[in-house]
Design a protein around this ligand. Structure first.
Ligand code: RIB
Length: 293
């Protein structure tokens, strides 16, 4: 069983052919309101692959909040620890241009998730095989959750996004950390070889379509990505994290799990929306076997 402690956002996604300059107005191509948030996305990614998942988070009492709760329930994710607050549900303004995205998050209810809510979920956390966290909730809540996991001896997979909210002292309480190159430069430095050597079998540097790298204690390992035609890369990192947690609790070795997560992420970018393309276990195995489901 996996527990995700993190954010839920409604993604307001606009696809465009021309990116506006400062002060300019352009016409967009497509607009969609799609469930997202790094926490919810990672929960959905793991659940679609067959993991049992609990979500700890906070939404508002508005329509977005109701929709986000329902979406998780449809994915068979446990929402007993999904609390509500009388503030607007978090949103993410997503600009999709040139097969890449720029995201502005307004945390809203996500910032109402308090240490007391984590404490209330102590039992479920203690029973989890892995906890996944990101950085779209208050730092004091992340800090409390990490201490609780450490005390309960529950491994933590930490996705340090958005990087600005990270406290380097948390590294000793984290089992696996999955920065992308931007996050790694910001938090640990630009010399990726040196940084990875500092955190053997713990830091997995994600490289987008190039896959991921880690240091196994003896050798640097590069697990290549799977080349595909991306429609929307939003949520690719979240799919990677959810799939990595699923594979690790299933007993795969780190290199097998990273390969599995790369394949899952490659499938996720083929459809629009963060959760839209997240694959089932069958789809991942089909791609690994070289034939489609
Ligand atoms: O990682 C993608 C996610 O980041 C989006 O779904 C958005 O809500 C932001 O949290």
């Amino acid at each position: 069983m996996i527990t995700v402690i993190g954010s839920l956002n409604m993604d307001l996604a606009v696809k465009m052919d021309v990116f506006p300059k400062q002060g300019e107005t352009v016409l967009g191509d497509q607009f969609q309101t799609i469930p997202g948030g790094k926490g919810a996305n990672q929960a959905v990614a793991a659940a679609r692959l067959g993991s049992q998942v609990n979500m700890i988070g906070c939404v508002g009492t508005d329509d977005f909040g109701h929709t986000l709760r329902n979406v998780l329930q449809k994915e068979q994710i446990h929402t007993e620890n999904l609390v509500t607050a009388s503030v607007p549900t978090g949103i993410a303004n997503i600009l999709i241009y040139n097969n890449d995205n720029r995201i502005i998050v307004v945390p809203g209810a996500n910032y109402e998730l308090r240490p007391a809510h984590i404490e209330a979920a102590r039992e479920i956390i203690q029973q989890s095989q892995m906890v996944i966290m990101q950085l779209e909730i208050p730092m004091e809540t992340t800090n409390y959750a990490l201490k609780l996991c450490k005390e309960a001896n529950v491994p933590v997979l930490f996705n340090p996004a958005p990087a600005a909210n990270f406290d380097i002292r948390w590294m000793e309480d984290i089992t696996y950390i999955t920065p992308n190159e931007t996050e790694c430069s910001l938090l640990f430095g630009n010399d990726f070889d040196e940084v990875l050597t500092r955190y053997p079998n713990k830091m997995i540097l994600t490289l987008g379509s190039d896959g991921a790298r880690f240091f196994d204690g003896e050798y640097p390992i590069h697990v290549p990505g799977y080349m595909t035609n991306a429609v929307d890369t939003t949520g690719a990192g979240d799919t990677f994290n959810g799939a990595l947690a699923h594979a690790l609790i299933e007993g795969q070795s780190l290199d097998e799990a990273v390969y599995f997560a790369n394949i899952a992420a490659s499938l996720s970018v083929e459809k629009f929306g963060a959760q839209g393309g997240m694959p089932t276990l069958g789809a991942v195995y089909a791609r690994m076997g070289g034939f489609e489901e």
